[in-house]
Design a protein around this ligand. Structure first.
Ligand code: HEC
Ligand code: HEC
Length: 208
């Protein structure tokens, strides 16, 4: 952990490092005693929450319970800059996740988390339309229930915060080819269509 904390202190993320280096209130000796995945997740939990529930407004996605393979795919995308996000680029870099074994260990830990924190939804006013639009425009790739898949590796959209789904649809911010597909879908659907789909998905049961 010392290596991690010194590196952070040298970056612009000093304030964040202060939170992260406290390890969510876990002492140094306790940290050493944790299994690798749980120890590595201490950094992640500062943003994604102890249960992997993320933040209800969708600024940080829920990841708890997603299949390990789909989590690894996202982490590899961040590590190789195929997917751009400054925070995730930093926290998935080799200073934090040294090699494939550490990536796999933290992914296995997250896959086992059970989410208990609240999911951010929409206002519930357009759920029938949201469900119909999801079935016609998204389900061919994301499954009828927005469920996760290991192959191809895909995170569940069911039980994800509505704000995150809206953001990914409108801002892109997934791998470049998918971002283009999704932002053009969002233009066709319009703001109310995207919001209705996101509201529908956020109310479906999250990955078990
Ligand atoms: C500083 C806050 C922060 C920390 C620390 C952090 N994350 Fe993230 N993470 C985010 C944000 C914000 C996103 C969404 C990025 C975007 O909009 O594409 C994200 C996205 C992800 C995703 C993709 C989820 C999806 O549905 O596509 C995974 C997987 C992930 N993080 C895992 C981790 C792991 C593992 C760690 C620890 C090694 C970690 N994160 C640490 C903020 C953080
Ligand atoms: C042709 C296939 C296809 C269609 C249609 C499609 N998606 Fe996607 N979507 C993908 C793929 C592939 C990814 C990226 C998975 C990855 O990066 O690992 C993705 C990613 C996403 C993400 C980011 C989630 C994450 O965890 O990274 C959201 C949100 C999303 N899609 C919502 C939608 C919605 C809503 C619709 C319908 C309006 C839709 N998608 C239609 C294939 C599709």
């Amino acid at each position: 952990m010392t290596k991690v904390c010194t590196t952070n202190a040298r970056t612009a993320l000093v304030a964040l490092a202060l939170i992260v280096c406290t390890g969510g209130g876990v002492g140094a000796a306790q940290q050493e005693a944790l299994p690798a995945g749980a120890r590595l997740y201490l950094d992640c939990g500062a943003c994604h929450g102890r249960d992997g529930g993320g933040v209800a407004d969708g600024s940080v996605p829920a990841i708890g319970g997603q299949p390990a393979k789909a989590l690894i795919a996202a982490l590899e995308d961040f590590r190789s800059s195929r997917r751009q996000d400054l925070r995730m680029r930093h926290f998935s870099d080799p200073q934090h996740l040294a090699d494939a074994a550490e990536v796999a260990a933290v992914a296995d830990h997250i896959a086992d988390l059970r989410r208990t924190s609240p999911v951010g939804t929409g206002d519930g006013s357009d759920l029938t339309r949201g469900a119909a639009l999801f079935r016609s425009r998204c389900a061919s790739c994301h499954g009828r229930g927005g469920e996760a898949s290991e192959m191809p590796p895909r995170r569940a959209l069911a039980g994800q915060h509505a704000g995150y789904i809206v953001r990914k649809m409108t801002e892109g911010g997934i791998t470049a080819a998918q971002a283009r597909r999704h932002t053009s879908l969002a233009k066709e659907l319009g703001g109310t269509g995207v919001a209705a789909i996101a509201d529908h998905l956020s109310r479906l049961p999250p990955p078990p």
